[in-house]
Design a protein around this ligand. Structure first.
Ligand SMILES: Cc1cc2nc3c(=O)[nH]c(=O)nc-3n(C[C@H](O)[C@H](O)[C@H](O)COP(=O)(O)OP(=O)(O)OC[C@H]3O[C@@H](n4cnc5c(N)ncnc54)[C@H](O)[C@@H]3O)c2cc1C
Length: 403
């Protein structure tokens, strides 16, 4: 049995954990990454049928880490977003021409992001323990010790839990989380269509929840289709023709003939916010710290901002010869990232509740709200910059600066 040492151990090789591993390795920080799946299996298309809306701030992070080059051929720029409240004629339009920053974001299949990240992780100077589970973490005074299921262990001054929304490390460290479930399930699939989407994303707020049409490269779109949980189960159990029929009813005919892809995925929806993002020699990042409703496509973007902040704090701390696993560094992370995440969780939760509400007075109020935002340029620009991850106290990488 051996114990290997690093400065930082990241547990969880999802998109957030892998990205942080690449950032730290790039900065010359001795880093270990533990992931329970095999690296080669993480990018299997059937594992994750989702596509992610990558905000401009996140694209800068990926670009700054040299990852965007491999992702770009698979990234569809978003030139505009159309928001519609059910059958209401009121639309809210966001167009890239209203800002000088270029596309509003990009839609990329998660498989393409994972492939680029997996390739970078494999090529980086990292200690990778894949196909391995963490069985226990002992947080000592000078180091944390991460015990693996093969009997080996790793030691470092800081452990970063990027182990997803049910984070075993968060629970084992006794960090409580506020959590609630939505009575909704997100059905995810892709669709080929006859006509070009012109890079326009659509979000239709229907009574059970949002129905999002996200433009992908080519004449393809990714669908995130929210339904009440029992209804979602019934839709998912339909045969291909029945499923396509239900999809067409919601999608409409504005992009011509539709042909759904073969895969269907579903995600029960919930929200989680860890009461603290840190513990002794521990920091939580990505869904391990916060998981939100996908209504605004922001969960991964928040996670990427977390890791850009963490990479900055760890490298700044090490540069001045201090310990990144101790209070000053951890307190800086907690202060920096918890408020941004709390704000986004509150906004996405409120949006979901507001648009799933069929009381006539509420519908009237929200349609008026959409109309006001649509006509008030400064307000609209503010919303756009927030969603693009270009507002607030940005980490250096998210501002396009080197780490
Ligand atoms: C339907 C849907 C659509 C979405 N769309 C968007 C979008 O458009 N834009 C956006 O920004 N976000 C979106 N999100 C959110 C986004 O997908 C998540 O926020 C993001 O994937 C979280 O990544 P993560 O790496 O933090 O966690 P995960 O992807 O959950 O990764 C955690 C990793 O930790 C590993 N692990 C767990 N426990 C252990 C252990 N004990 N030992 C070793 N490894 C372990 C797991 O195997 C896993 O690989 C969407 C979410 C949903 C549900």
């Amino acid at each position: 049995m051996t114990e290997r040492r690093a400065e930082v151990i990241i547990v969880g090789g999802g998109m957030v954990g892998m990205c942080l591993a690449v950032a730290l390795a790039d900065a010359g920080v001795a880093t270990a990454l533990v992931e329970r799946a095999r690296m080669a299996d993480l990018a299997e298309p059937e594992r994750d049928g989702r596509a992610s809306a990558i905000a401009a701030g996140s694209q800068r992070i990926l670009d700054g880490l040299g990852l965007w080059q491999a992702i770009a051929p698979h990234a569809q720029p978003i030139h505009g977003i159309r928001v519609a409240d059910g059958a209401s004629p009121l639309f809210l339009h966001f167009d890239e021409d209203e800002l000088a920053e270029g596309p509003l974001g990009w839609i990329v299949e998660n498989t393409a992001i994972r492939q680029a990240l997996g390739h970078a992780v494999t090529g980086a100077d990292l200690l990778v323990a894949d196909g391995r589970q963490v069985t226990k973490v002992e947080y000592g005074t000078r180091r944390a010790h991460v015990l693996l299921d093969d009997g080996n262990s790793l030691a470092a001054r800081l452990v970063i839990a990027a182990d997803g929304r049910n984070s075993p490390l968060r629970a084992a460290a006794g960090i409580d989380a506020v959590r609630w479930s939505y009575p909704q399930t997100a059905i995810v699939c892709s669709v080929d269509h006859e006509l070009s989407h012109d890079g326009i994303a659509h979000e239709h707020f229907l009574p059970p929840g949002p129905f999002a049409i996200l433009p992908m490269t080519g004449n393809r779109s990714s669908i995130v289709w929210t339904e009440e949980a029992a209804r979602a189960r019934a839709i998912l159990s339909l045969d291909d023709a029945g499923f396509a029929e239900q999809l067409r009813l919601r999608f409409g005919s504005f992009l011509g003939q539709l042909s759904p892809g073969s895969g269907r995925w579903h995600h029960p929806l919930s929200a989680i916010l860890a009461r603290s993002f840190t513990g002794h020699r521990l920091a939580l990042a990505g869904d391990a710290a916060h998981a939100i409703h996908p209504i605004a496509g922001q969960g991964l973007n928040l996670g990427l901002r977390d890791i850009a902040a963490l990479a900055e704090i760890v490298t700044d701390t090490l540069r001045v010869g201090l310990d990144p696993g101790l209070e000053p560094a951890l307190a800086r992370y907690q202060k920096w990232r918890r408020s941004d995440n709390l704000a986004m969780l509150a906004v996405t939760d409120a949006l979901n509740r507001l648009f799933a509400n069929e009381i006539p007075a509420v519908r009237l109020a929200r349609d008026l709200g959409l109309g006001i935002v649509h006509r008030t340029r400064p307000l609209k620009k503010l919303f756009m910059r927030q969603a693009m991850g270009l507002a607030g106290d940005l980490p250096r990488l998210a501002s396009g600066k080197p780490l």
